[in-house]
Design a protein around this ligand. Structure first.
Ligand SMILES: *Cc1c(COP(=O)(O)O)cnc(C)c1O
Length: 403
């Protein structure tokens, strides 16, 4: 066997022994609470489809109609001939939705983050990121070649310390300072201190970028996200990024900001320029979804009721959960094998909650990342609660592991 292959197999074995091997789960139904997974019917509590838009009949119909009108593939990148009227209209609607001058659509959120950060900063500049930022933001910071500094999670004193240090430094080598944060943190469900971040950035002449992948659709007026929920303007948060693959139930992402920012990205951001435009039917489906989500206060109300109910019951059982008022409700376990054991136990009881392990989360913070959706019923949540309760009283589980 080649030495390359041997090395791959060896590294996989190390992962497996640490309980860190990841595996596909095979989904054979639409993304919805009642899911067919690996040939079984399970109630799923792990998608990011917070409002049940991924399988919404009107959104599906919008995609089908658009495929009839526009075909399937976009056939080219945006700046060659792939920029369809559906993309253009979606961008206009997103700008209006977020109260920004202009928006730009990307094929994925991962690419949008690489694109924006690497276009805005380079070798002479500085990037400051929350320690728990999404991997795509971390990767964008590293790709940019800028001096890269992570600050303690939601800790403004930690950020200010670094801003101070590098402000003195930049008197001799002036460089742009970019501060980047998740709006709603993807694995913990807590929310960044956005007004404080905006004011620190103003004070230190830094640019603020917020990735609101998990806030859009869920929080804020009309589901405008965490930035709009804090009432922050384009001047406060000059770079606002959001995705379509979560609460909007489709795929892709956007960046919104000033006319100058968007035109600059369009000219400079390589992951925007050198990729095929998203299919126009996905843009059309996203437009339909956005229109529905803006009016979906009833869905948001039901979801927030479920969140409160679930938290109260799980804490009552004695599980450890950090404070979160978003649909992301992590049950902290600690070590990866115990998280896997709890996940497996729940699955045997008919509910699916995936275990999230390092390196997605810090060492010794493996967890079950429960996500709630407006599509869940109280009966379904009760089933999850019953399974969580049974897990605690099952000797062969609690005997081996501690959750
Ligand atoms: C999911 C996610 C992304 C990536 O978006 P995709 O469209 O799935 O590539 C970026 N940032 C955050 C915070 C996310 O949760």
């Amino acid at each position: 066997m080649s030495s390359h292959r041997q090395s791959w197999i060896q590294q996989l074995k190390v992962r497996e022994e640490a309980g860190l091997l990841r595996q596909h789960r095979l989904l054979e139904s639409p993304q919805q609470p009642d899911a067919q997974i690996d040939g079984r019917s399970l109630i799923a509590f792990c998608s990011n489809d917070y409002l049940g838009m991924a399988n919404h009949p009107e959104v599906k119909q919008a995609a089908i109609d658009a495929i009839e009108r526009c075909g399937v593939g976009s056939g080219a990148s945006h700046l060659v001939v792939g920029h369809h009227r559906e993309h253009q209209e979606l961008e206009r609607e997103l700008a209006e939705f977020t109260g920004r001058e202009r928006a730009l659509v990307f094929s994925t959120g991962y690419m949008a983050n690489l694109a924006v950060i690497s276009a805005l900063v380079g070798k002479r500049d500085f990037v400051f990121e929350d320690k728990l930022n999404h991997a795509s933001l971390i990767d964008g910071g590293l790709l940019s070649g800028a001096r890269f500094q992570r600050y303690l999670h939601r800790n403004m004193a930690s950020l200010e310390g670094y801003l101070q240090r590098y402000s003195t430094h930049s008197k001799t080598t002036p460089g742009l300072k970019l501060v980047v944060t998740d709006g709603v943190f993807s694995m913990d469900g807590d929310i960044a201190n956005l007004p404080e971040l905006a004011s620190l950035c103003r004070q230190y002449d830094a640019l603020l970028m917020v990735d609101d992948a998990h806030g859009i659709g869920v929080t804020g007026p009309e589901g405008g996200g965490s930035v709009l929920a804090s009432g922050l303007s384009q001047e406060d948060v000059p770079v606002l990024m959001g995705t379509f693959g979560k609460a909007l139930g489709t795929a892709g992402a956007f960046v919104a900001g000033s006319e100058a920012l968007i035109e600059y990205l369009l000219q400079m951001a390589r992951p925007y320029i050198y990729t095929t435009a998203m299919p126009p039917a996905i843009a059309a489906a996203t437009r339909k979804s956005l229109a529905i989500v803006r009016k979906a206060d009833d869905k948001r109300r039901h979801l927030s009721g479920l969140i409160q109910y679930f938290r109260q019951k799980v804490l009552g059982l004695g599980y450890v959960m950090p404070v979160s008022h978003t649909p992301i409700q992590p049950i902290m376990v600690g070590d990866s094998r115990s998280a896997m054991a709890l996940s497996q136990f729940l699955e045997d009881e008919g509910v699916l909650v995936t275990a999230i392990r390092p390196p997605t989360v810090p060492d010794n913070t493996a967890r079950l990342r429960v996500t709630l959706s407006a599509e869940h019923s109280y009966q379904q949540v009760d089933k999850l609660l019953a399974a969580l309760s049974a897990a605690l009283s099952t000797a062969n589980i609690s005997g081996q592991v501690s959750f």
